[in-house]
Write a protein that binds this ligand. Sequence first.
Ligand code: S3P
Length: 182
Amino acid sequence: SALLAVHRHLRAGNIALIGFMGSGKSTVGRALSGLFGLAFAETDAMIEEAAGMPIPEIFSRFGEAHFRELESRCIAQAAAMSGAVISCGGGAVLRPENVDALRKNSLLVLLTASPETILARTQADTSRPLLSGKKTAADIENLLAARQSAYENAAGITIDTDGKSVYQICEEIVLSAAGLAG
Ligand code: S3P
C-alpha cells in the first residue's frame, strides 16, 4: 500500500517540508508525523532554542545574516536525522548548501498556496519579521516570485494546499511519495 511504501522509506529517510511562510509546513508536518508515529522537527523551533530567544528578536538584535547562519546549522542537524518529518523555515532552501544537506537523506516536499491564501493564513501573525508591513496579496506575490525558482529547484514533489484540509494534503503527500518509492 501507499502507506507501507512511505513508511518503509521513512525508516531510513526523512520527509522535509519546504515552501513559503504560511504554506502549511508546520500544521501538515505535525499531522503527518502523527499519522506515522514519527519524530517531528521544526527548524524554526531548533533555531529559537539554540539562540535562546524568539525569531523576531534574533532578527532585530543580530540581523537576518546571523539568523541564516543559525538556520544552516539547524538544517544540518535536522538533515542528519532519520525517520523524521522536518518542517523547514520558509527561507531554508535559499542556500544551496541547505538543499544539498537535506537531499542526502530526505524527500523534499514543496507545499504551495496562492498569495491570497498565504495572506489570510499569516495576516494576524507577528512572529515573521519578513512579513511585517507586507499587508497585501501583491506584497506576498513579490516575495514569492523572488523565491519561486529556489523552491521549484529544491522540490522532489510539489503539493498545492489551496482549499484542502490538512488530511487531504497528508494523503496527497503519501500517494505522491509512494509513487516515487515505487
Ligand atoms: C522565513 C520563514 C520563517 C522563519 C523566518 C524566515 C523566511 O519560517 O524561518 O521568519 O525567510 O521565509 P516559516 O516559513 O515557518 O514561517
